[in-house]
Ligand binder design. Structure first.
Ligand SMILES: *[C@@H]1O[C@H](CO)[C@@H](O)[C@H](O)[C@H]1NC(C)=O
Ligand SMILES: *[C@@H]1O[C@H](CO)[C@@H](O)[C@H](O)[C@H]1NC(C)=O
Ligand SMILES: *[C@@H]1O[C@H](CO)[C@@H](O)[C@H](O)[C@H]1NC(C)=O
Ligand SMILES: *[C@@H]1O[C@H](CO)[C@@H](O)[C@H](O)[C@H]1NC(C)=O
Length: 798
C-alpha cells in the first residue's frame, strides 16, 4: 500500500559532522513530477502562453466567491475531465487552463517525501526533521505543538514556491493508542483522546492558520497556509498482528467507545481545529469499510461536525475494499459508487479515475455527487491560494528551510519531550567525569531518530556526537569510550557484549543506549511482546554488573518497553526515555544528561509489563475490561505497570497546592428535562436523580481550579500540571479518572507559579454510558492534581 511507505522513504543515510552549518546533503534518488511549475493558476500570462484568455474564465474572477468560482470550474468539465481530477494525481484540464495537481504530500513531523508531492533536490536538499510525535506529545506543551506546525508549514510553503512540495499535507495521525503493541505509536500523541485531540487542534492550527485570519465569518473562504488532514478515521489501530492485518480487519466497536475514545480526537480536530481534510482508514468498523460508511462520513464528519474541506481515502483504500475486505463482492465501479455516495471526495489511488465514469454511465451514482466532491476540493485549493497566490507567502524560499531557528526548535522539542523515569541519588545530571563509557547499539543513531514519515533532515546529531560535543564544551568529560555492545538494534547475538563490559569496567560513568527502531515497531508491523529486542537486556545487565561508575540507561523507542528489570536494578541509577528524537536528538539528550536542560516530559502512554499483552488479543477493541480481559489505558486499567501514563520526574522537586471553586454545583432542570437513570454497582446507591443527558442542558456551569506549583528543589525546572476528574464512585463502566486539562510551566528554584484552569461542568465531568448517552452524573466528583484531591458536589433540582 502506498502509505505503508514501501518506497525508499529515506534513500540516503548521511551523517553530518556536528557543525550546524553542514547542509550540503546528498540527494535522494526518487524523481517525481514537479507538482507545480508556476506560482498560481489565475495568472493572465500563464493563460496567454496556453493560447487562452483568462478573462473568459469566471473561475479566475477574484470578485466572486470561492463557491461560485469552483462551480464554474466544475461546470466546464466533461465527465471524463471530472473523474481525472478525483485521484491523488489530478490530471488537470488543459482546455480550460486548469493545471495538474498532486494532492499527496506528508508533514507528520517535518516536510516528508513519503508522498509523491514532495521532493528533495539540489535546491532543497533537506527540511527540519522534528522528533516523532509521541516524543513531542510527551512535552505536554501546547504552544510547542503549535510552533512546530507553524515552522513545518513555513518550510512547506517555501518548498511549494520552489516546486518541491504540494499544498495539501495528509498529517497528523490522530488515532488513539489503544494497545501497547501497535506499530504506529510513534506517529501519534498517545493513549488519551483529550490529549490527542488537543495535539490535533494545535498542530493543525499551526499548519493551516494564516496569521491575522485565524477566524472568519465564512469558514469556506478562510485562507489556509497549507491544508492539513486528520487521519485515519476511525477505530484504526491494528496494523499487522499475528496474521491479522488492517486490510482485512473488521474492528468491532461499541458506540460508547466510538464517542468517548476513537472519534473524540477527530471531532476536536474538525470542530476546534477547523481542519480542511479528514482521511478514512483501511479497516472495517462493525462490518463497513470506513470509506464506504455514509453514517461515518456524510452523517458524522460532514453534517454533525460540519467539515469545511474534503474527505480523502487512505491510499488504495477502495482497492482494499474490493481485494482485501471483498466487501459485498463489489467490483471497482460498485465500490467507487458506494464510497462516493458515502461522502468520500478524493481517492488516494486510481479507482475513482478508472471506475467512476462507468459507475455514472451505468446508473450507479449521480454525476452531481462528483460535482459536489470536486467543489469541496477546489474550494480548499482556492483557500490555499493555488488559484490566486497568497501575498504574505510569496517571498518564502530556500532561505526559509532549515534555518537556525527551525533547527533550534527541533532540539527544543526533543529536550521538552524527554522523560526522566528514574534518578537514584541524583546521579543525573552528570557533573565531571574523567572517563565516560558510551555503550549500546543506539548510541550512534542518526536516521533511526527520525522514525517513519520522515524527510531528509538538515543535519544529524547522534547521541555519541552530542555527548562528545556538549561534554567537551562544558569541560564535563575528559575521555569518551564507545562500544556498540550489539551490531544493530535487533541485537541478535552477544558477540560484542564483552568489549562493552570491558569499556564500562573502569569508566567513571556509563551511558547505555538501547531501544527499538522501525524494524521492530512500524507501520505494517505491530509488536508481539514489549521486551527490548534480542540481547539488549543481557547487554544492560552484564554491563551494569561490572560498571565502576553510575549507569545511566537511555531508552530510544516509540512504544513502551518492559524494563522492570532495569527499574529494579540498583546499579542502574538513572533511566531516560528519549523517544525517537529527530535530527537534533543527540544534542537534546546531551543537554539533559549534563544538566543544561532539566527534563519535564511525561509519558503520554502507559508502559505496561509484558504480562499485560499476554492477557488480551490486540484485536479486542473495548476499552473497558470485558471477556475476562483487563481494561485498556489509564482510564480503565488499574493493574501493575512499569510506569503509568503521565509519569515523569525532574532534577528538582515540586509541591502542589490546589484550590477550586465552587465546591458544589446545582442544576435546575427545565420542565421538559428529565432525570436519567444510571447503572450503579450497588443498587442502594441509586439516587432520585442520578444523571442528566448533557445534550438537553445549556450547561453554563464552570469550575475554576487554581494550582500553585512550588519548586522546592535546588534547580530551575519544568513541570506539567495535569488535572483529572473522577466520577462519583460506584457507577458501572465509568472511567477510573480522565484527564481534563494540562499545562506545562517553568518554575525557578525556590519560586512558585500559579496555573489557572476553567472547566465546563459538562465537558469535564461527563461520562459516556453503555447506551452512548453523554451524561452528567450527580454525586461527589473529584478533581485530582498529583496527590491532591478536591471534591465537587453535583446536584439536580427537578
Ligand atoms: C467579475 O465578476 C464581477 C461580479 O460579477 C463582474 O462585475 C466583473 O465584470 C467580472 N470580471 C470579468 C473580467 O469578467
Ligand atoms: C513551551 O514551548 C515553547 C516553544 O514553543 C517554549 O518557548 C516554552 O518555554 C515551553 N514551555 C515550557 C514550560 O517548557
Ligand atoms: C553477530 O551479530 C553481528 C552484528 O549484527 C554480525 O555481524 C555477526 O555475524 C553475528 N555473529 C554471529 C556469530 O552470528
Ligand atoms: C533498524 O534495525 C535493523 C535491525 O537491527 C537494521 O537492519 C536497520 O538498518 C535499522 N534501521 C535504522 C534506520 O536504524
Amino acid at each position: 500500500m502506498a502509505t505503508s511507505c514501501l518506497l525508499p522513504c529515506i534513500a540516503v543515510l548521511f551523517l553530518a559532522a556536528f557543525v550546524s552549518s553542514s547542509r550540503n546533503m546528498s540527494l535522494g534518488p526518487i524523481q517525481v513530477d514537479v507538482p507545480n511549475d508556476f506560482s498560481y493558476v489565475c495568472d493572465p500570462q500563464r493563460f496567454r502562453q496556453q493560447g487562452l484568455d483568462m478573462d473568459k474564465f469566471t473561475y479566475c474572477n477574484k470578485s466572486l466567491s470561492y463557491q461560485v468560482r469552483a462551480k464554474d470550474l466544475v461546470d466546464q468539465m466533461t465527465l471524463d475531465d471530472k473523474v481525472q481530477q478525483m485521484g491523488n494525481s489530478a490530471k488537470g484540464v488543459f482546455r480550460i487552463g486548469l493545471p495538474k495537481y498532486e494532492w499527496w504530500s506528508e508533514a507528520l513531523h517535518g516536510v516528508s517525501d513519503v508522498g509523491p508531492g514532495v521532493k528533495f533536490d539540489n535546491v532543497v536538499p533537506g527540511a527540519t526533521s522534528f522528533p516523532t510525535v509521541i516524543l513531542t506529545a510527551a512535552s505536554f506543551n501546547q504552544s510547542l505543538w503549535r510552533n512546530i506546525g507553524q515552522v513545518v508549514s513555513t518550510e512547506a510553503r517555501a518548498m511549494y514556491n520552489l516546486g518541491n512540495a504540494g499544498l495539501t499535507f495528509w498529517s497528523p495521525n490522530i488515532n488513539v493508542v489503544r494497545d501497547p503493541r501497535w506499530g504506529r505509536i510513534t506517529e501519534t500523541a498517545g493513549e488519551d483522546p483529550f490529549v490527542v485531540g488537543t495535539y490535533a487542534i494545535n498542530y493543525v492550527r499551526g499548519l493551516q492558520d494564516v496569521q491575522g485570519a485565524e477566524q472568519s465569518s465564512d469558514p469556506n473562504s478562510r485562507p489556509l497556509k497549507v491544508s492539513s488532514c486528520c487521519k485515519h478515521y476511525t477505530a484504526y489501530d491494528v496494523d499487522a498482528w499475528e496474521g491479522v492485518d488492517r486490510f482485512h480487519f473488521n474492528a468491532l466497536v461499541a458506540e460508547q467507545d466510538m464517542l468517548e475514545t476513537f472519534n473524540r480526537p477527530f471531532e476536536m480536530c474538525v470542530k476546534d481545529g477547523d481542519v480542511s481534510s479528514v482521511m478514512c482508514s483501511y479497516n472495517r468498523v462493525n462490518g463497513f469499510p470506513t470509506c464506504a460508511d455514509p453514517n461515518l462520513l456524510k452523517g458524522t464528519i460532514r453534517e454533525e461536525w460540519d467539515l469545511h474541506g474534503y474527505i480523502v481515502s487512505d491510499c488504495d483504500s477502495i482497492e482494499v475494499m474490493v481485494d482485501g475486505h471483498k466487501w459485498l463482492d463489489d467490483k471497482g465501479d460498485d465500490a467507487s459508487a458506494q464510497t462516493l455516495k458515502a461522502g468520500l471526495d478524493l481517492d488516494c489511488g486510481d479507482f475513482y479515475p478508472d471506475y467512476l465514469k462507468s459507475a455514472v454511465l451505468n446508473g450507479k451514482v449521480r454525476e452531481a455527487e462528483i460535482d459536489r466532491s470536486l467543489n469541496y476540493l477546489y474550494v480548499v485549493l482556492m483557500r490555499l491560494g493555488f488559484f490566486d497566490g497568497i501575498e504574505q507567502y510569496k517571498s518564502l524560499g530556500k532561505g526559509d528551510v532549515c534555518t537556525e531557528q527551525h533547527i533550534a526548535l527541533a532540539s527544543q522539542a526533543a529536550r521538552e519531550g524527554t522523560v526522566l523515569l528514574k534518578n537514584e541519588g541524583g546521579a543525573l545530571p552528570l557533573s565531571h567525569v574523567s572517563k565516560l563509557a558510551v555503550i549500546g547499539p543506539l548510541a550512534k543513531a542518526t536516521e533511526l531518530m527520525l522514525g517513519n514519515y520522515a524527510g531528509i533532515p538538515c543535519q544529524f546529531v547522534s547521541p555519541l556526537d552530542g555527548l562528545t560535543k556538549v561534554g567537551q564544551l562544558l569541560s564535563a568529560v575528559d575521555h569518551v569510550i564507545y562500544q556498540p555492545g550489539c551490531g544493530d538494534p535487533k541485537c541478535q547475538n552477544d558477540s560484542l557484549i564483552l568489549p562493552a563490559i570491558n569499556a564500562a569496567k573502569d569508566a567513571d560513568a556509563t551511558i547505555i543506549f538501547v531501544g527499538t527502531n522501525l524494524s521492530i515497531e512500524n507501520e505494517g508491523l505491530d509488536r508481539t511482546d514489549l521486551y527490548l529486542p534480542g540481547y539488549q537486556t543481557q547487554l544492560i545487565n552484564q554491563v551494569a554488573a561490572v560498571s565502576k561508575g553510575p549507569v545511566i540507561l537511555v531508552i530510544m523507542s516509540a512504544g513502551g518497553v518492559d524494563i522492570q528489570f532495569a527499574k529494579d536494578n540498583e546499579k542502574i541509577k538513572s533511566i531516560l526515555w528519549a523517544g525517537w528524537p529527530g535530527e537534533e536528538g543527540g544534542l537534546a539528550i546531551a543537554d539533559v544528561i549534563f544538566g543544561r536542560y532539566n527534563p519535564g516530559g511525561k509519558l503520554p502512554i502507559t508502559w505496561y509489563t509484558n504480562e499485560y499483552v499476554k492477557q488480551l488479543p490486540m484485536t479486542s477493541m473495548p476499552l473497558r475490561p470485558v471477556d475476562g480481559y483487563p481494561g485498556r489505558t489509564y482510564k480503565f486499567y488499574e493493574g501493575p505497570t512499569v510506569y503509568p501514563f503521565g509519569y515523569g520526574i525532574s532534577y528538582t522537586n515540586f509541591k502542589y497546592e490546589v484550590t477550586s471553586s465552587p465546591a458544589s454545583l446545582r442544576f435546575t432542570l427545565k420542565p421538559y428535562q428529565h432525570c436519567h437513570s444510571q447503572n450503579y454497582m450497588n443498587k442502594d446507591q441509586d439516587s432520585p436523580c442520578p444523571a442528566i443527558i448533557i445534550e438537553h442542558s445549556a450547561c453554563t456551569h464552570f469550575i475554576q481550579v487554581e494550582v500553585t506549583v512550588h519548586n522546592v528543589g535546588m534547580r530551575d525546572g519544568n513541570e506539567v500540571v495535569m488535572v483529572y476528574s473522577a466520577p462519583p464512585p460506584g457507577i458501572v463502566g465509568a472511567p477510573i479518572k480522565q484527564l481534563i486539562g494540562f499545562q506545562r510551566v517553568h518554575v525557578a528554584a525556590g519560586q512558585n507559579v500559579k496555573v489557572k484552569f476553567s472547566f465546563n461542568a459538562c465537558d469535564s465531568f461527563n461520562i459516556i454510558d453503555a447506551a452512548a448517552y453523554n451524561l452528567l452524573p450527580s454525586g461527589t466528583h473529584k478533581i485530582l492534581v498529583a496527590d491532591e484531591s478536591v471534591p465537587l458536589e453535583v446536584n439536580f433540582d427537578y
